[in-house]
Design a protein around this ligand. Sequence first.
Ligand SMILES: [Ca+2]
Length: 168
Amino acid sequence: MKRYISNFLLNFFPLRLGERVRVRGKGITLLEILVVMAIIAVLSAIATPALGNARRRAMSVKTESVIASIEAALSMYGTDFGDYPAFEGEGTGSLTELLQGPVESRFWKGPYMRFKTADIDGGNNILDAWKTPLSYRYPQDGHTNVPYIIISAGPDREMGTADDIGNW
Ligand SMILES: [Ca+2]
C-alpha cells in the first residue's frame, strides 16, 4: 500500500525527496525548494501587516508634525496680531493665506509658514498625510488646554472617530 502511494505520487512529483536536480551547475533538492518556499510564505505572512502598520504610523507622525508646524506658525502670528485668526467650520478657512501671505496689514510680518501645492487642496485647505483637509476652530470651547483646535480626520478620513489626531 505504502509503495503504491509513493508510486502514485511519483507520477505527479517525479523528483524524490533528497534527489539532486541540476540547476545552473549547483545541485538543490526538492526538499530544499519546499523549505525555502515555506520560509518565504511564513515571512510574507508576517511582513505584510507589519508594513501596513509602519506605513500607517509614518502617516500619523507626518500629520502630527504638520499640526505642530501650524501651531508654531500660529504662535508667531498671534504675537504679531495679538490674537489668532477666528474661524469655525469645515476645513481651515483662510489660514493658508494668513500664514503664508502676502497679507496687507501693518501687523503682518510673515510668511509664518510656507505650503507646497501638494499640501493644500483646491479650496486652500491644509491637508493631512491622507490628503484630507484639516479642521481649524477658534474660538472653541471643547478643550481647555489649547486656545484653538486643529484636527485631522486620521486614517479613516472621517471626523469624530477614535483615530482622529488633534493638537490638544
Ligand atoms: Ca477619524
